[in-house]
Ligand binder design. Sequence first.
Ligand SMILES: Nc1ncnc2c1ncn2[C@@H]1O[C@H](COP(=O)(O)OP(=O)(O)OP(=O)(O)O)[C@@H](O)[C@H]1O
Ligand SMILES: [Mg+2]
Length: 230
Amino acid sequence: MENILQVRNLVKSFKDGDNFKKILNEINLDVPKGQFLSIIGESGAGKSTLVYQMSLLDVPTSGSISIFGKDTSGLNIKEQAKFRLNNFGYIFQDSALIKELNVLENVKLSLLAKGISNKKAEEMSKEILTKVGLGSMINRYPSEISGGEKQRVAISRAIVGKPSIVFADEPTANLDHVTSEKIMGELKKISDELKMTIIMITHELKYAQGADRIIEISDGNIISDSIIKK
Ligand SMILES: Nc1ncnc2c1ncn2[C@@H]1O[C@H](COP(=O)(O)OP(=O)(O)OP(=O)(O)O)[C@@H](O)[C@H]1O
Ligand SMILES: [Mg+2]
């Protein structure tokens, strides 16, 4: 299968007092198109740091990240922002919704930023929100919906533009078990139906096992890499 993402000798160091501390230690990773990859590992292992580099939210210290076979290190800040807008969707721990905008507007926003007409953006957003069971809540504000519903809005916002890769950093961290299972089920359904590549950090092995593949990070290294047999 074609690789959508290729990481080579990726190093990320942060300043630690007078020295630099290596947080990612020469990571190599190939992600095939359409794969649902989960990343597990202890707190502080480097999971979020890895995802920030792969999703072009941060700049690696050395090494390369290629997407669709194209090395991204040559992109300037403006090109990177455009690349993210056109190709990536993001889901974070807290849903990071804009509180002044209602559910529909929150989902619509990235489409408008891409230059899609208001009418079309609204159509696409309503379709996704209906798919995740929020069709009747599109006019509510973030303060008027539950945590699980907020995460579903965040998922809708991440996938509405049909990005090539969705990055999720512990999307169920703040949710109870039942809601988490539902959210995971939704992500899984989306990855199957829309054939999107999903890269998801989770600290729950149970949720990681719903993916196609699990990698484990420890101390900045990939210490295991397994394909889940279904
Ligand atoms: N901007 C930064 N400056 C300095 N150190 C950082 C920075 N970002 C992360 N770190 C350090 O890098 C290490 C890895 O952090 P990271 O956030 O990637 O961990 P994680 O595996 O996502 O952990 P968690 O499960 O707690 O989210 C930690 O020791 C953290 O303190
Ligand atoms: Mg993290």
